[in-house]
Design a protein around this ligand. Structure first.
Ligand code: F6P
Length: 292
């Protein structure tokens, strides 16, 4: 391992993120020629691209081969896949292999989200050991949060190099992005958005990782709210909500499902959804007050 790498006190966590970094270029290259939809849907009822399935298979093979990884769950699969050999000390991984994959059609940013738990899945924020994501933007970057420290890396040829080893949210926030169609927003949420619009600038790209990365870079708030006809919202607690909450909270921000930290929640089912809000403390606090 090169001295360029900010590592953690958890060798298996380091191996997981080394492997994610070394797999990322292949995922990126695989997008060429895999922009069409498959016949089936993922367990959340969304259309799967060939690229979703390919990325899922690549990560599953590479990560389950690591010693100390006991199981792999993914947004693209119904059930958890267990490693051939099991131990009580194992870590358990939850991945969204290609977050925001509908952006492949318009060639916009996408990501891979990785959550590392020390309990079998589904597990909650109290069992989370580390979380991270790869952002496939103009550059490939990776952000990892572990032991309350957030590091950002640039990934080139599968190797990661540290850009910033104590990433924190800027104190003067400037951007916001909220998902869901406006007529589907509740009146309380729409009222809150009105306040946010007076202070921040809209930046919404339609891939959570791209949108959250902007909030981490410029400060602000990202959210996908509960909707009038779908109060649980769109995003998945295990694969999206908990890992992103862990990263933003470790960077000095706050997360919420509208009521309290996403890290206090434990999914009852692998593919459970939740409203998700992350960002600078003051904006998430005001959101909770608006939804009270
Ligand atoms: O969960 C998939 C996802 O693509 C997220 O990455 C993103 O935040 C959201 O859906 C975008 O949804 P919409 O197209 O409704 O804005």
């Amino acid at each position: 391992m090169s001295a360029d790498h900010a590592t953690t006190d958890h060798p298996v966590v380091d191996a997981v993120f080394e492997t994610v970094a070394s797999t990322a270029p292949e995922v990126r290259e695989s997008l060429v020629g895999r922009r069409s939809y498959e016949e089936g849907e993922n367990p959340s009822g969304e259309q799967q691209l060939e690229a979703d399935i390919f990325a899922d298979q690549l990560f599953e093979e590479a990560l389950l081969a690591l010693e100390g990884v006991g199981s792999y769950a993914s947004e693209e699969r119904d059930d958890v896949v267990e490693a051939d050999e099991q131990s009580d000390e194992d870590y358990h991984l939850a991945l969204d292999p290609l977050d925001g994959s509908s952006n492949v059609k318009s060639n916009n940013a996408m990501g891979t989200i990785v959550a590392v738990f020390d309990e079998p899945l589904p597990a909650g924020g109290d069992a989370l050991v580390a979380a991270g994501y790869v952002l496939y933007g103009p550059l490939t970057t990776m952000v990892v949060a572990c032991d309350e420290q957030v590091s950002e890396y640039t990934v080139v040829d599968g190797e990661r190099t540290v850009n910033e080893d104590e990433l924190t949210l800027p104190e003067e926030p400037t951007v916001y992005g909220f998902g869901g169609r406006v007529p589907e927003w509740t009146d309380d949420f729409a009222g809150y958005v009105g306040l946010v619009e007076d202070e921040l600038k809209l930046r919404y790209g339609g891939a959570m990782i791209g949108d959250v990365n902007q909030v981490l870079t410029y400060g602000g708030v990202f959210g996908y709210p509960g909707l009038r006809h779908r109060s649980e919202g769109k995003l998945r607690l295990l694969f999206e909500g908990i890992p992103i909450a862990a990263i933003v909270e470790a960077a000095g921000g706050r997360s919420s499902d509208g009521d309290g930290s996403l890290l206090k929640k434990t999914p009852e089912a692998l593919h459970e959804r939740t409203p998700v809000f992350v960002g600078n403390d003051e904006f998430v606090e005001r959101l909770e007050l608006a939804l009270e």
